[in-house]
Write a protein that binds this ligand. Structure first.
Ligand code: FDA
Length: 390
């Protein structure tokens, strides 16, 4: 029965980083994945260019039952550290928007880099075979992989969350966590399109139309594009608020974030013969302007509308409330919010507080980043933190 110093379950972003770091510290590491190749989500991420970090990374851009938990790992392995690694491999990158860094070439370069880092650490691999059981005898963890047992004193859970099951994503991390007495914060799809029903179904006819808006849920707001889809709402601003959204809550949209109060009354004075639809079309896509004017019940010329009505239209256009009837679920969710409770883990090392030498890293943990490279940075940082101590 082969023995290792550490067995890492999950060869995604977090597991690859953790294995490379521990391996380069001369630990004998086995990296295990049921998929036949490592880093599949990295390869498809960022439209194939991998938004590998965000220069604005800070713990307040992560959702967790403990908003302070991510600080330690993120502070010790920073975006600058990952950029330095990327540059040491000569991988060209660019900042797209809002601090989001992408490869100029391909996400495959990031996977190749991590594989090379693992090779430097002499990491052993078990790919394409299912983990059929995990046990702990007090000293060692014993992992059964298709009938073959391997043991190590340390085990790392890095199997991510159930987002995008067709890519091999599972809730295995939670089963394992529960097996060892760790609590799991109820997982839910995040960074996910929201669906509309009822009388909001009308907006589905706008499928493909996008606008630069401020979308909000509770006290959290994001200014980015929103996109109408044949099922409801998507686009970066909606994906961002979806991570905060709970069933039954409204999502607010400010369709005209750059207009000052009174702009419709000004428009009435300068272009009295224009309709509201035409006026809105100066700032919004035509089809969206049409539906909004229709929903406001204001189809005539501006001159026929009282200032009070125009003020009311402005108010509704800047606080348009949608009440999504659901989300597109794990099939479309870029990440899973919730997960292994941070209350049961050390924020320094990611080790379970009550089960020595058991670690959890990456998306499996109840730390979920905003859209824009934050989730990979958490995977690198938490993987690095555990890799330092294995
Ligand atoms: P990850 O999911 O990467 O890896 C888990 C690994 O465990 C997988 O290889 C899986 O096969 C394996 N596994 C699962 N169950 C197992 C089992 N039972 N036995 C053995 N192995 C098992 N983030 C970002 O910051 N920038 C971006 O550009 C993007 N883009 C993006 C696009 C798309 C389409 C998706 C779905 C997601 C993103 N993300 C992203 C999110 C990012 O991919 C995600 O947060 C990280 O991959 C999480 O890394 P982990 O290593 O924790 O899990």
């Amino acid at each position: 029965m082969p023995n290792y110093d550490a067995i890492i379950l999950g060869a995604g972003a977090a597991g690859l980083m953790c294995a490379a770091v521990a391996g380069q510290r001369a630990r004998r590491v086995l990296l295990v994945d049921h998929a036949d190749e490592p880093g599949k989500k990295i390869i498809i991420s960022g439209g194939g260019r991998c938004n590998f970090t965000n220069v604005n990374t800070a713990a307040d851009r992560y959702i967790s039952a403990n908003p302070h938990f991510a600080k330690s790992a993120l502070g010790r392995y920073t975006a600058a550290d990952f950029i330095a690694l990327v540059e040491s491999y000569g991988i060209a990158w660019h900042e797209k928007t809002l601090g989001q860094l992408f490869c100029d070439g391909s996400a495959k370069q990031i996977v190749a880099m991590l594989l090379d880092e693992c090779a430097k650490g002499r990491v052993d691999w078990s790919l394409g075979r299912a983990v059929t059981g995990v046990a702990h005898d007090g000293d060692d963890f014993r992992v059964s992989i298709d009938g073959r047992d391997v043991t190590a004193p340390a085990l790392v859970i890095a199997t991510g969350g159930p987002s995008i099951p067709r890519m091999g994503a599972t809730g295995f991390a939670y089963d394992l966590a529960r097996q060892f007495g760790l609590k799991v914060v109820e997982p839910r799809p995040a960074l996910v399109p929201l669906t509309l029903g009822g009388d909001e179904t009308l907006f589905r006819s706008l499928s493909g139309v996008a606008a630069d808006v401020v979308a909000s849920c509770g006290k959290t707001a994001f200014r980015e594009a929103a996109l109408f889809t044949h099922r409801g709402l998507s686009g970066p601003s909606i994906l961002q608020v979806s991570s905060y959204w709970r069933h039954g809550q409204p999502v607010g949209i400010d369709f005209l974030p750059d207009r000052d109060a009174g702009w419709l009354q000004d428009a009435k004075r300068t272009t009295p013969r224009a309709t509201l639809r035409k006026t809105l079309a100066g700032a919004l896509p035509d089809r969206l302007a049409e539906i909004l004017a229709e929903r406001l019940g204001m189809t005539g010329e501006l001159s026929a509308l009282t200032d009070k009505k125009l003020a009311e239209a402005e108010r509704r256009l800047s606080h348009w409330n949608f009440t999504p009837n659901g989300s597109e679920g794990y099939a479309k969710a870029e990440v899973t919010a919730g997960g292994i409770s941070t209350a049961d883990l050390s924020s320094q090392t990611m080790e379970a507080k009550r089960t020595k030498n058991l670690y959890a890293i990456g998306e499996a943990v109840d730390v979920t980043g905003w859209l824009g490279g934050y989730n990979f940075q958490w995977a690198w940082a938490s993987g690095w933190a555990a890799g330092q101590v294995l």
